[in-house]
Design a binder for this molecule. Structure first.
Ligand SMILES: [Fe+2]
Length: 157
């Protein structure tokens, strides 16, 4: 089963959203190769690409969190780290057992469903935090600007 991307799961950060979209595409590429009964090595390549893209994406997403002092960074990073370990174990299942229906459905539920839920719940929180932070910084800037104006009026010349 493939996953359809839709805007309801955008978190509002263009770089992260573009990568999430790519993740869906990489996952669907893998599922497509399985469903079309492609050869073992071709399926293995799509799985390899998906695994590498997940790591690259997590690194970038964690950087965005750190740059913005995201308070739940360590909790979020732990979810990512656990997921990376799961991918390693799924890759070894795949290597040992091949693209059997059982392995494919294990990969689908462990990777596909995990990604969708993680984006919907955990990554969405990052988006909310970034919006709140931006709003707060804007308010501070406006307050400073108006304080400066008041100071200028009070101390003429
Ligand atoms: Fe994440």
């Amino acid at each position: 089963m493939k996953y359809a991307w839709d805007e309801s799961i955008e978190i509002g950060h263009p770089e992260i959203d573009a990568q999430h979209r790519q993740l869906f595409a990489a996952f669907n590429e893998f599922m497509g190769a399985c469903e079309e009964g492609k050869g073992h090595s071709e399926i293995a390549n799509t799985m390899e690409f998906l695994g590498e893209y997940v790591i690259r994406h997590f690194t970038d997403e964690e950087r965005v969190q750190q740059e913005n002092h995201y308070p739940d960074y360590y909790k979020h990073k732990r979810y990512h780290d656990e997921f990376k370990i799961m991918i390693i174990s799924l890759k070894s299942d795949f290597k040992l057992e091949g693209p059997t229906a059982e392995v494919i459905s294990r990969i689908q539920s462990s990777i596909g469903d995990w990604l969708v839920n993680h984006i919907k719940i955990e990554d969405m929180k990052i988006g909310e935090y970034l919006r709140a932070r931006e709003k707060f910084q804007k308010e501070i800037q406006e307050r400073r600007a108006s304080e400066n104006e008041t100071r200028q009026v009070l101390t003429p010349g």
